[in-house]
Design a protein around this ligand. Structure first.
Ligand code: DLL
Length: 432
């Protein structure tokens, strides 16, 4: 079922016309109401009337996370504070936290886009939606919640933590759709296995996002939770979860492009790249009232595809981002995304999908170690067998990524489990 046929199945020409109309209105609003945008446009002699449609999008200046920080907390808000009904913020682990404001209409729009995601995963008002994304300033919990409410499903605001209780709730309340990070889904799977109660759990689908995850991880989660696992993408600056989500075809995530116009650019030059190219994803929010960001640079690396989708939706799809440009490790000159290591590890049957990557610099040389848990059934194997597994992983990493890595097999249950976004990188080089 498609939640909003009118917008999700528009022809390309209709979509372009709608986006153009919304873009004109949005640029006018931000020019009139947001001083930093007016200043940026004035600096290059650009007036709102110069933007006729999406074909002129490239003329507009970019917005970056620094713009949000420089205008902390409300400098990019385009409406009086009396119109603001909700405020979220990013965790601020890499600097000052970034604040995002919403009007009542924005919150409704948020519910609309996460409702689309739920419908893509086969959700309906008959579902019991178990939300284990964190509630609070993080947008995961409430964003998913609004989607559940919008489709009329019974929505359980479990939030994160207290994993045993989560399992009990899932069992007793009859949760049918799980929404959390993929790493927390794995942790929940482990807790269900420990409780030996998988037969009493009635989940049929999971909608997982907020961090990169691989196809192999998807299969592992699907097998262990006996569900179909769907990807959902979003970022707080744009709205939170629901910017894009997967349909049953699972060949990319449909972007809610009637609200968020995507572009792919070359990160170094800012040049817009043609469809199908890999590059940095940029979004313009054309319908948001409180904080409509123009050409926001996500730092996420992705690709757009306008190929027809068998689900009937016509909205453009983005491929699963491998990770943020910021998460990319440069080890001895080689670019490494943690998800590439995950892809390798998940092909080794003897190890569990719990791992951390430790990077250090000793004598001016980068040292890279992958610590991964051995599955309990292999743990008691003799030393020679473990050594064979260890060297096999090292070989696979070398052949897939072209870098040599130290591999340390650790005991089952020793790597810290994640309840939200998994922290899988320990880069000691940053400490020096
Ligand atoms: O993570 C919003 C969200 C909540 C999305 C729940 C999906 C589900 P932020 O904390 O601002 O917002 O982090 C946004 O997380 O730029 C990506 O780098 C990453 N990310 C989000 N979803 C995915 C995904 C939320 N499905 C940042 N795959 C984004 C890969 C993702 N990375």
């Amino acid at each position: 079922m498609i939640w909003n046929e009118k917008y999700e199945t528009m022809s390309r020409d209709e979509m372009t016309a709608l986006q153009s109309e919304r873009l004109r209105d949005c640029v006018k609003r931000v020019y009139e109401n947001v001083a930093p945008y007016r200043a940026k446009m004035d600096a290059i002699g650009l007036k709102p009337e110069d933007i006729h449609g999406v074909e002129d999008l490239h003329k507009l200046p970019f917005t970056t996370k620094d713009d949000l920080r420089d205008n902390y907390p409300y400098g990019l808000t385009a409406v009086p504070m009396s119109e603001v009904s909700e405020i979220h913020a990013s965790s601020g682990t890499t600097g000052k936290q970034t604040v995002v404001t919403y009007t009542e209409a924005d919150v409704k729009l948020w519910g609309e886009v996460t409702a689309r995601a739920l419908m893509m995963a086969g959700g309906s008002k008959n579902d019991i939606v178990h939300v284990s994304y964190g509630y609070g300033l993080f947008t995961g919990g409430l964003g998913a919640h609004y989607g559940g409410q919008t489709i009329g499903a019974a929505t359980i605001p479990v939030s994160t933590g207290n994993t045993k209780r989560q399992v009990q709730i899932m069992r007793d309340f009859g949760s049918t759709i799980l929404m959390c990070t993929p790493s927390y889904a794995l942790y929940l799977a482990e807790a269900i296995e420990e409780a030996g109660c998988i037969d009493d759990i009635h989940l049929r689908a999971g909608i997982f996002g907020a961090e990169p995850w691989t196809e192999n991880m998807r299969r592992e989660i699907e097998r262990r939770l006996r569900i179909k696992a769907y990807d959902i993408y979003g970022l707080s600056e744009i709205i939170g979860p629901g910017v894009a989500a997967e349909c049953e075809e699972q060949t990319g995530m449909h972007i809610a492009e009637d609200h968020f116009i995507p572009e792919i650019i070359n990160s170094d030059t800012g040049e817009v790249l043609p469809a199908g190219s890999r590059g940095e994803l940029v979004f313009t929010c054309v319908t948001k009232q409180a904080m409509p960001l123009i050409r926001y640079r996500t730092r996420d690396i992705s690709e757009l595809s306008y190929a027809p989708c068998s689900c009937g939706r016509t909205t453009v799809k983005m491929i699963k981002p491998q990770g943020r440009a910021d998460d990319m490790l440069i080890i001895r000159g080689v670019n490494v995304f943690p998800s590439q290591i995950e892809t390798v590890l998940m092909t080794i049957p003897e190890v569990a999908p719990y791992y951390v990557l430790v990077v250090d610099r000793i004598d001016n040389t980068d040292r890279f170690e992958v610590q991964v848990e051995i599955r309990p059934e292999y743990f008691s194997d003799e030393v020679r067998a473990l050594e064979e597994i260890r060297s096999r992983i090292a070989r696979e990493i070398l052949s897939a990524l072209g870098i040599s890595a130290g591999v340390r097999l650790v005991e089952p249950h020793t790597i810290q489990r994640s309840e939200g976004k998994a922290a899988r990188i320990i880069d000691k080089r940053k400490l020096y």
